[in-house]
Design a protein around this ligand. Structure first.
Ligand code: SF4
Length: 368
């Protein structure tokens, strides 16, 4: 166990339910069932405690800027008034710059929310899985209908001249059934500043779709053509987060993405009931691994103690550890054995990080 470094990113679950029923959702479709007993909406009292704890933390560590990510469930279910109150309170009380991003499924992202976010300078990230067919295969409403049309309409507004400055980017879960380049090009049609490709969550006990326990590399095979198109496009106007971070890591920089390289400043998660957690994604596979027993009502963020990250000996000896980092901690899990394994995506990560390194090495050699 070790003391946590100062936190600079706070993931805040302002609402703990969702108006979609995506089949790969790590919040509602995996082992963590605690959301059922937690309040749907973060109370005003908990929001006030949260703001006071962030203020206390930045004073204690002389932090000049923090980022708050409004998350869920679906954060827009909290309603505009609650979100506005939280943003204004944080900016009034915390003696540091407080950047806000809301990560939404986009279904409720209407003109009223967009105007509010523009007024408050809250950046907006939207989950969109590429083409209509790809998106609607997984991102369904509770009645089974696809959500693509509503989300695409919202993203078109967000990408338009009135709101473009608050467009944070698009988040897309990789689906092996979808064509990678068609997916990537569809996302680019909205002109996002950033695209974030997420691997579907899974573990050694509950492997992700299509990830067999062998040396095949279906996810690397999917991502490599996208990397090559992105990398080969010269000066892309859209950053692809995983690729940018991998390039940065291979060039000796630090990672800002959980699950890629060693993370310098991990985020901390605050639930609707004020509970402080280390990762809601790890909680989805083993809630006890990230439960701190702390709550913003009674405890400072400085009371958080990080568990020692135990890497598998295979990862420690691995030539791509620098860029891979052993994969996302949740993906290393095997029931009854814990997290000291390579990622369930090991073969994919090895191939992808090696490919990125080879492209960089080739170009650096040419420069010399
Ligand atoms: S590629 Fe596999 S063995 Fe190497 S660091 Fe990543 S998860 Fe570990």
């Amino acid at each position: 166990m070790r003391s946590a470094p100062p936190f600079r990113q706070f993931v805040v679950k302002v609402h703990g339910r969702c108006d979609l029923a995506c089949d790969y959702c790590y919040v509602y479709e995996m082992a963590d069932r605690r959301w059922r007993s937690r309040p749907a909406l973060m109370s005003e009292r908990t929001a006030a405690d949260l703001v006071a704890r962030i203020a206390e933390h930045v004073v204690a560590h002389g932090i000049e800027r923090v980022e708050v990510v409004l998350h869920g469930g679906e954060p827009l279910l909290a309603g505009p008034a609650r979100i506005e109150a939280l943003v204004r309170a944080a900016r009034a009380v915390v003696p540091a710059a407080v950047g806000f991003t809301v990560q939404t499924n986009g279904v409720r992202l209407d003109e009223r929310f967009l105007r509010l976010f523009a007024e408050l300078n809250v950046r907006v990230g939207v989950s969109l899985d590429g083409t209509k067919a790809g998106h609607d295969r997984h991102r369904k409403r509770h009645n089974g209908a696809g959500s693509h049309d509503a989300v695409a309409a919202a993203v078109r507004k967000l990408a338009g001249p009135d709101f473009r400055h608050i467009f944070a980017g698009l988040l897309c879960v990789v689906d092996l059934a979808a064509d990678p380049l068609a997916t990537y090009r569809e996302l680019l049609r909205f002109g996002p500043p950033e695209v974030d490709f997420l691997l579907p969550h899974g573990t050694w006990s509950q492997p992700p779709p299509g990830r067999r326990p062998d040396s095949s590399t279906p996810y690397a095979d999917w991502l490599i053509p996208v990397f090559d198109e992105w990398y080969g496009s010269g000066a892309p106007t859209t950053s692809v987060r995983q690729f940018s971070e991998m390039v940065t890591l291979w060039l000796g920089g630090a990672s800002g993405v959980e699950g890629l390289g060693p993370l310098t400043s991990p985020p901390v998660v605050v639930g609707t009931d004020g509970a402080i957690e280390l990762s809601d994604i790890v909680a989805a596979v083993d809630p006890s691994a990230v439960d701190t027993g702390l709550n913003v009502a009674t405890d400072p963020f400085d009371a958080v103690v990080l568990p020692e990250q135990v890497l598998s000996p295979l990862c420690v000896a691995c030539p791509v550890l620098e860029a891979c980092g052993g994969g996302h901690p949740a993906h290393r899990y095997r029931a009854g054995q814990g997290f000291a394994h390579p990622s369930v995506y090991c073969a994919d990560l090895y191939r992808l990080t090696s490919h990125v390194r080879a492209r960089l090495a080739h170009d650096l050699a040419a420069l010399r």
